[in-house]
Design a protein around this ligand. Structure first.
Ligand code: ASP
Ligand code: MG
Length: 463
């Protein structure tokens, strides 16, 4: 493994480049980073917000019929990008980029036309269409930086991120990407340029365009950061970082300064939507810290995710919840938990492709929760062949997450105790022992979360 001293990677999502004003804010943030860090940062950027959705919608529309709706859609995209460009840079500087964006739009029209004729877009065609969003946004950001006195270089993501051929969800090829980044990115960084690369997009070793899956720009940032041995990867978004609770439920949650990768994974599973941890795995595997920062409040210190954060004395990292779940209680019709009972139970859930979240077992029964009850009737019918089944709707899972739950059993006890007064249906500590999950009535979850949050993160009154 190389030294972790490479340039920082800064990734900006779709809302951060939604229009000229947003892009101007990004320019300011990159410029400040350019000044304060030794090497110029490498920038990864999403498509302008809504553009990927629109490109996918236009592809489906073209599969039905290439009509005015599709052509107007391309015209709107064209207008939106040219307008941002015109507002950000003077015409003399915009000219080259105008031509390049025009070329991307020509390709897009040609691909949609072919889709209309074929009445189908292959996965490869799909990727060649949707890549336009990131290719255009990255062109605009690169020239806007240049205009603001930040030497920059646009790097074609299809030459920097090398993937397998699994269109619409390609996996990176680490060694090939490392070589590509060494060729396409590192020399420009050495010249003092800020490289700007569209996220989400890559290409096979043969040069066929691929995409990494929805939300893939975070993945691009981790892939490029790993290939560069970056010192740090920054994910710039529109929130202050990971919070100690859902702000729609708890009045004033705090930002969690440090999270372990394991904690971040648990929280993402329970609905914290800031970032999908699996997308940053290439960075975490190399021990590169990933920071979540707010492009609207760049001074906020954000959340740093690492494989092993510095020893922390906080009992919990955060609390989260999953609402509207259903509990299924399954009791063996024989008196004792017969050998193979659990296997038979889970085989039913598997057969009906329904994931279970929380599981508790006793001598003769097992309780599970599911959040997708589409096939519940069939599941219950199949279970009744060998068990008594009881279904309870309108429940929720409250989840307390923290690495220290593993080392200090008193924390789990405190979590449960803090919910005094609420009828608790299930309590479980996961095998990772990094979370405690509690199933209670959905009607109680808001108050329960408030009370749990107050216990662990509340301001000490009168202090
Ligand atoms: N533009 C892509 C998407 O919307 C990738 C990303 O923004 O991360 O899924
Ligand atoms: Mg995203």
């Amino acid at each position: 493994m190389g030294e972790i001293t490479g340039p920082i990677v800064m990734k900006f999502g779709g809302t951060s480049v939604a229009d000229a004003d947003a892009i101007a804010r990004v320019v300011g943030i990159v410029k400040a980073a350019r000044v304060s860090s030794g090497l110029p940062p490498v920038v990864i950027v999403s498509a302008m917000s809504g553009v990927t959705d629109r490109l996918i919608e236009l592809t489906h529309a073209a599969e039905r019929r290439l009509d005015a709706h599709v052509l107007n859609g391309v015209a709107e995209l064209s207008h939106r990008h040219f307008e941002a460009l015109e507002r950000l840079v003077p015409p003399e500087l915009a000219n080259d980029v105008l031509v390049e964006i025009g070329n991307h739009l020509d390709d897009l029209r040609a691909l949609l036309k072919a889709t209309g004729i074929l009445r189908a877009a292959s996965p490869g065609a799909h990727d060649a269409i949707v890549c336009a969003g990131e290719l255009m946004s990255s062109r605009i950001l690169a020239v806007a930086l240049e205009h603001n006195g930040v030497p920059s270089a646009w790097v074609d993501a299809r030459r920097a991120v090398v993937t397998d051929g699994a269109h619409t969800g390609a996996a990176p090829l680490a060694d090939d990407t490392r070589a590509a980044v060494a060729r396409e990115v590192i020399p420009r960084v050495a010249e003092g340029r800020v490289c700007v690369i569209g996220g989400f997009v890559g290409a096979t070793p043969q040069g066929v365009t691929t995409t990494l899956g929805r939300g893939g720009s975070d993945y691009s940032a981790a892939i490029v950061g790993a290939a560069l041995d970056s010192r740090e990867i920054q994910i710039w978004t529109d929130v202050d970082g990971m919070l100690t609770a859902d702000p729609r439920i708890v009045e004033s949650p705090r930002v969690v300064p440090h999270l372990s990768f394991g904690e971040a994974s648990e929280l993402a599973y329970f609905g914290a939507k800031v970032l999908h941890p699996s997308t940053i795995l290439p960075a975490v595997a190399k021990d590169i810290p990933v920071r979540i920062l707010n492009s609207r409040r760049p001074q906020a210190s954000g959340t740093t995710i690492t494989a092993e954060p510095p020893a922390q004395d906080r009992p919990l990292a955060a609390v989260a919840c999953k609402r509207r779940v259903t509990m299924v209680e399954i009791t063996s019709t024989r008196m004792l938990m017969a050998h193979g009972f659990l296997r038979r139970v889970f085989e039913v859930f598997e057969r009906f492709r329904t994931a279970v979240d929380v599981v508790t077992t006793s001598e003769v029964s097992v309780s599970v929760t599911v959040d997708d009850d589409a096939r519940l009737e069939q599941i219950v019918e199949a279970l009744r062949e060998f068990a008594e089944v009881n279904v309870e709707n309108g429940l929720a899972i409250l989840c307390a997450v923290g690495d220290n739950l593993r080392s200090d059993p008193r924390i789990a006890a405190r979590v449960v105790a803090s919910l005094e007064g609420f009828p608790v249906r299930m309590v479980s500590q996961a095998a990772s022992r990094r979370n405690v999950t509690i199933v209670l009535r959905d009607a109680d979850v808001a108050d329960g979360m408030e009370q749990l949050h107050e216990e662990f993160f509340g301001v000490v009154k009168g202090a």
